[in-house]
Structures are given as C-alpha cells and as structure tokens.
Design a protein around this ligand. Structure first.
Ligand code: ZN
Length: 285
C-alpha cells in the first residue's frame, strides 16, 4: 500500500502521486469536500488519506506536472514549532554536551519557515546545517501516552534546522531559538508522508550533503528520545495542536562539530534526504 504525500503549491493543498512527477489539487479532486487551505486539511487528516487512497482512480487530466522548485511549505502556519536539541549520542559528543536526561526542547519561530527548495540567506560567518526528521501533529491532545503517540501524528517529513552559531553562542549560557529562526532557517518538506502506512517509520536512513559532499549520515533509530517519547514528554507540558511541527534533533557531522569547522558559504547547495520521505534542496545566497 502506498502512503499519502501531502504538499502545497501556490498556497493550495495537493497530493503527490506515487510517481513523484505529478500531483492533484485536493479541493478540486474532492469536489469541494476538502478545502484548498493546507492547515484546515491537516485537521482532517483521515479524510486527506482517504482521498489519497482513491488517486488510482483519478483521470490523467486530474494531474498537474510537479515542479519541486514551486513547492511551498506543506505546513505554512503551525501554531507551534518545537525542536529537540542534542538527541543523537554522537552529536552530543561533537558539540561537547552531556547526554540529556529529558528531551532538551527549544522553539523555532513560524516566520523562519522556508520552501522545500527555498534559498537560505546567510548572515555572518557561522551559519550551519542540521538534517532532521520532522513529525507533524495530526490530532490535538494533552498527556498523550507513548503507545498513542503515532495515532496523534499526521505524518513525517524532512527538515533542515539551519542555525546561526554566532548568535546561538553569543552569550553564556547559549540561547537556541533566535539563532535558529532567521529568515528561511526552518525548511521542511518536500511533502508530508502519512505515517500510518509507513512501515519503516521508526528507523529511516537520513543523509545531508553540502555541495555534493556527505556531511551527515545516520539511521534515525540512533535517537536518544524516539518520537513516541518526545510526543509524550511535550504533551505532558504543552497542548499539541494539529499542524504543530516537531523537529526531532540532528545526528553528528554538523559544520560546527567538524575539524576543521565547515560553515555554509554562498552558492552551497544543501540536500537533505530521508528514506521514503524525499529530499529538501536549499541554496545559500
Ligand atoms: Zn536541530
């Protein structure tokens, strides 16, 4: 069974075909039963997935060719964006952090969201890349148990947690949220893949290339806190809402942790790929 892939083009909610080279417009294909508004669609995730299951019966004329450069952020207005720091053991070591006893959580602000193939405006000399698996909440809730966590998620996508290390470490102790919220520093996508039908959701291969060179490569089951633990922890403190975005941490290999350090330069192309979830492609300007 194939998985639903939910995206956004020209501000309208779409479903990407299995061939990945074309899409349908959700409002038109559903005959108006679902809206074109992406956030409202995520709140009706089971209806979106039912519609995706009927794609096989779509006529050729229902489809539009997909140009990845034109994809918008699939979750344009999340109420909350959480991010987990230091969630892979090897990354904790390269950044000289101890292992956290509880998830170390910060926020990225909504105004930093970028398109899946969007540009990154570098500021200063120490902008860095962080490949991350990102979970999208599909159902509101508080005090969600780890056993129920997957049923509260809409899906998974690829994320880049771009980080201005100068700003992050300007003071002691460091702060995270602003250094990770410059314009375009939150890239997610290219589309959300439904987790209910994704058998490999607990362990996916993730790779980040900068201008063709592999910088990060991991399996996501190396996380310290796995997705059900993160959902249970966060929802014990904050109510989670459909459309919330949760970055789950980056593995080792970031620019700041390398010898010599390797920060982003104008013209660099960052390609972040997760098995079965697609690729983000961001260009530094
Ligand atoms: Zn991060």
């Amino acid at each position: 069974m194939s998985s639903a892939r939910f995206g956004c083009v020209n501000g309208r909610a779409i479903l990407v075909a299995d061939s990945l080279d074309k899409y349908i417009d959700i409002e038109r294909f559903s005959g108006g039963k679902l809206t074109s508004e992406p956030m409202a669609c995520i709140e009706r995730w089971s209806d979106v997935c039912s519609l995706a299951a009927s794609l096989a019966s779509a006529k050729a004329t229902d489809f539009v060719p997909l140009d990845f450069d034109k994809l918008d952020c699939p979750v344009p207005r999340p109420r909350q964006i959480f991010a987990v720091g230091v969630n892979y053991k090897a990354h904790a070591a390269e950044m000289n952090h101890g292992l956290p006893k509880e998830p170390l959580v910060f926020t990225k602000f909504q105004s930093s969201l970028n398109r899946p193939y969007g540009q990154i405006k570098l500021v200063g000399e120490k902008c860095d890349f962080e490949a991350e698996l990102v979970a999208i909440v599909g159902k509101d809730g508080r005090n969600i148990s780890p056993a129920d966590a997957w049923s509260h998620l809409a899906g998974l996508c690829v994320g880049q947690d771009f980080s201005d290390r100068e700003l992050q470490y300007a003071n002691t102790p460091p702060q995270f949220s602003l250094g990770k919220s410059r314009e375009g520093f939150a890239a997610i996508g290219p589309y959300i893949t439904d987790t209910a039908t994704l058998s490999s959701r607990g362990n996916l291969e993730m790779t980040c290339r900068v201008s063709g060179e592999v910088m990060q490569h991991t399996q996501t089951d190396d996380m310290i806190f796995e997705i059900p633990d993160i959902i249970a922890y966060l929802s014990g403190i904050c109510e989670l809402f459909a459309g919330d975005v949760i970055y789950t941490g980056t593995p080792s290999g970031v620019g700041a942790g390398r010898t010599p350090q390797r920060f982003l330069r104008r013209g660099d192309i960052i390609e972040t790929t997760i098995e079965n979830l697609g690729t983000l492609r961001n260009t530094c300007i």
